[in-house]
Design a protein around this ligand. Sequence first.
Ligand code: FAD
Length: 459
Amino acid sequence: MSDYDFDLITIGAGSGGVRASRLAAGFGAKVAVIEEEREGGTCVLRGCVPKKLFVYGSHFGHDMQDGSGYGWSADNVRHDWPAMIAAKEKELDRLHGIYVSLLENAGATRIHGRGTVVDAHTVAVGDKHYTAERILIAVGGWPSVPVLPGAEHAITSNEALELPKRPDRIVIVGSGFIAVEFAGIFNSFGSETHLVYRADKVMRGFDEDVRDTLTEEMSKKGMHLHPGTLPDRIEKVGDVYKVHLNDGSTLEVDEVMYATGRHPNTKGLGLAEAGVELTKGGAVVVNEWSQTSVPSIYAVGDVTDRINLTPVAIAEGHSFAETVFNNRPMQADHRDVPSAVFSQPPIGTVGLTEAEARDQYGEIDVYVAGFRPMKYTLTDNPERGMQKLIVDRASDRVIGAHMVGLDAPEIIQGLGIAIKAGATKAEFDATIGIHPTAAEEFVTMRTKRPDPQERQAAE
Ligand code: FAD
């Protein structure tokens, strides 16, 4: 045992911090975990979990409407928003309890308060100082709201998950995954939903067919899309907000939500003063072992701004603990990370977009299919989906799979394994489909989309 109070002090008990700390404690290290709010972090308390519960909740209304196509009648259907919020809070309390038990059962010491780094081996919480051989920064991120007149009236995803009353009308600013997910939620619960964003379509950085399909489907579902616009100012008039857009128009709503990005939680943390290199945006710079420029200080999760997803933060925390406390060197693998967007309809994606694939591989084959989910054939629901495979022509390896549509996240998880394993298009084709499913399309796609040059020549 060293002269330090602990072998490891972790700041932040979210996805990455908890995984790293409980594993390290399980490997025999003396561990303290500092958390200023509740153990569990963004995903459990302000992100993935409550968001997905809201997505589920919001679907029931439409399911009942769709059911009429199958002979069901559900008259006088109404939704009790406060009841849902209360049920969600109960579930979050339960999950928080699980996170506390995970840490305590592993033998980690829990310290409540805001941790700041004093030097390479010292952390302060209030006026108390604790020393450790190693420090792990796992403080995550926080929503950013740009500076504009009236910005103080805007809520973020944090507050949107706790509103005591459902807004009848809402403006959501942004077009990334949080913006489109919340737009789907509020729209499905019956709010008049406006999405205001700078780009020409939603989900910048995703495959263009995904972007086109989701933009169109969101519009078909009645969401009011305002591409190429941004708010200039937000004015409070009595109980409502007037959002003045830069195209001269005004939207009058009950809530304004900003979902235009998140920043790493490093402000005032003492990292730069301790010699830890940060990016311009405040993210902690780490090497492939999650080690910072100060060798005793490591960082995992959103604070490093690598791939800001829970399973990635967990993998990074896991690898850190194995490497440093179990003598088993491991690096989190950031290639081919599958991901989902729980928009309505949802997205599942893994590997390269078509544009990235053309850039990296040159010659590729692209297979695309549009589909109408069978579930909706007896209904008036006009929702359609899209599936796409991208193949490296030289090796026949499938290097990208994308889907928009019912169950896309569940379907893409399996394809993620195939792509990680290096499956070829011939192996996809040799796989028997499961009928009748949407997923079977991925093993029956035979017609290549003509190359852009061929399409141009044909026009
Ligand atoms: P966090 O989970 O954010 O944990 C950081 C912890 O540090 C927090 O508990 C915080 O209170 C604490 N903390 C911060 N500063 C200090 C300090 N100085 N002292 C003490 N404690 C401190 N990811 C997915 O994979 N799937 C999804 O569907 C998904 N949905 C999301 C939806 C929303 C609305 C949001 C905001 C995020 C979503 N994410 C999703 C992203 C996911 O939540 C994050 O990637 C993940 O939580 C990152 O984990 P982390 O350990 O880096 O940090």
